[in-house]
Design a protein around this ligand. Structure first.
Ligand SMILES: [Zn+2]
Length: 92
């Protein structure tokens, strides 16, 4: 049973501020976030943090699982899609 405090790690990405590796985790609302705890040479925390909503979180989960993005329903048909139109149109 989860007590609601677990923070699964989705993967490692780079901090958008200092560029150091950060662990992307899920918060209790199952949204992805990271908090950069890297310190600079002066010992100051970067403290950059990013949170994402459900749509981008789903993208991140697929990315870190190595799954391709879901094709958009507006995507063009693949080149090997069946030809559109009837056989008669094809002959004419
Ligand atoms: Zn940082």
């Amino acid at each position: 049973m989860s007590d609601g405090t677990e923070r699964p790690i989705l993967g490692i990405d780079k901090c958008g501020c200092c560029g150091m590796p950060v662990q992307i985790k899920l918060n209790k609302n199952r949204n992805a976030y990271y908090f950069c705890g890297h310190q600079n040479e002066q010992g100051e925390n970067c403290a950059h943090q990013v949170r994402w909503g459900k749509p981008y979180t789903a993208k991140l989960i697929r990315k870190f699982k190595g799954e391709p993005d879901e094709p958009s329903k507006f995507a063009r048909p693949a080149p090997n899609s069946p030809r559109v139109g009837t056989y008669e149109e094809y002959l004419s």
